[in-house]
Structures are given as structure tokens and as C-alpha cells.
Ligand binder design. Structure first.
Ligand code: SF4
Ligand code: SF4
Length: 184
């Protein structure tokens, strides 16, 4: 198993309370991103090593294990890639990092500058924070940016972010940018 160079405890601690809006954004949409869709496909991948934050016995989670090539992960990833689905509301302090970061996603420019953008992955629901471009809390953006700077120290995560970024550029996607690393 590859060495865990990310301090997931720290990332969970600093993202525990911070939220995209001052108020609960779930009030805008009925918490649609936390509801199972009709085919029960909604779930989250864990980052490599993030599984240390779970016991595996959580009664609100179902676990699936993927081979990296099954779901187009870079060759640097190894089995298993964990995919978790929640069966009911989670204990908030236990939610995985991808829930804490949403609706922000990382994008790496060819010179390795990190941007934070609105998530561009096709979702089975519409998030009003994205569709209405509702301004997000600055402290939320800053904490998510810090987390991504930490996560990108893991070559596997960097490979994935680079791959996704190159795909966006290849397909001419013009993501909505909310944060730009080192921007004066
Ligand atoms: S879909 Fe968007 S607005 Fe609704 S709860 Fe999820 S993050 Fe908040
Ligand atoms: S883990 Fe929690 S925050 Fe994430 S989708 Fe499930 S209920 Fe929502």
C-alpha cells in the first residue's frame, strides 16, 4: 500500500464547519445532492488513503471497490478505489471530503497553476449554487483551496486532477473560475 502523505485528520478538521453559504444551501434545493436518485447511483469516490477516516462499519454507508481502470482512473492508482454511497443523512462531521468541497472542483493549468472552478461532472441533479452562480463564502473557498494544495502533494491525486483538467481543455469546456492560485 502506498504511504499516506496526506493528513486527512487535518483536512477533516478544517472543513468540518465551513459551508458554501452562510445559511444551509440545502434549503435552496431540498438537499437534492444528499438524496439517492432513482437508480441509487449517487455516491462519492474517496481519495487514496481517505478510508482511514472511516471504520468500515458505518451503518449509513454502502461501500463499493473498483479497479482503477474500470472507472478511468490514472495508471498510478491501485486497487481498490473506494466508492461510497450514503443510505441516509450522514453524521455531518463524518462526511467525505468530496461532499465538503462541492460545488468546487480543482483544475490545473498546463503550467501547474491551480484553479478552483464549479464542478463540471455531469450530475443527475441541478445544484443552484452552480446554475445560479450564487456567490460562495470566501472562507469556504480559501479552505477548499488549501485542501487541494495539500491533496495535490499526492502524485496519484495530481495525476487525476491533471487528467480531468486536460479533458476539459480537450473538449473545450469553459469552467466557471472562482479562485486562482497566486493571483495578486
Ligand atoms: S445541490 Fe447544491 S445547493 Fe443543493 S444542497 Fe447540494 S451543494 Fe447545496
Ligand atoms: S455523505 Fe452526507 S453530505 Fe455526502 S451525500 Fe451523503 S448525506 Fe450528503
Amino acid at each position: 500500500m502506498a504511504k499516506n502523505i496526506i493528513d486527512y485528520k487535518e483536512l477533516y478538521k478544517i472543513t468540518r464547519e465551513v459551508t458554501p453559504l452562510q445559511e444551509d444551501c440545502g434549503l435552496l434545493c431540498g438537499g437534492i445532492c444528499c438524496r439517492p436518485d432513482k437508480d441509487n447511483t449517487i455516491g462519492m469516490y474517496l481519495f487514496p488513503g481517505e478510508e482511514v477516516m472511516f471504520t468500515g462499519d458505518e451503518d449509513w454507508l454502502v461501500w463499493e471497490h473498483f479497479h482503477p481502470e474500470e472507472d478511468d482512473f490514472p495508471p498510478s492508482w491501485s486497487y481498490p478505489v473506494y466508492f461510497i454511497k450514503c443510505t441516509r443523512s450522514c453524521p455531518r462531521e463524518k462526511r467525505p471530503l468530496s461532499c465538503r468541497f462541492f460545488p468546487l472542483a480543482p483544475h490545473l493549468l498546463s503550467d501547474n497553476t491551480l484553479l478552483l472552478i464549479h464542478e463540471t461532472v455531469q450530475l443527475p441533479y441541478r445544484c443552484p449554487l452552480i446554475t445560479k452562480r450564487i456567490p460562495l463564502r470566501e472562507d469556504f473557498i480559501q479552505v477548499v483551496a488549501y485542501c487541494w494544495q495539500q491533496l495535490l502533494k499526492d502524485g496519484r491525486i495530481r495525476d487525476l486532477v491533471k487528467m480531468d483538467s486536460q479533458d476539459r481543455e480537450k473538449y473545450g469546456q469553459k469552467p466557471y473560475i472562482l479562485w486562482w492560485e497566486n493571483k495578486a
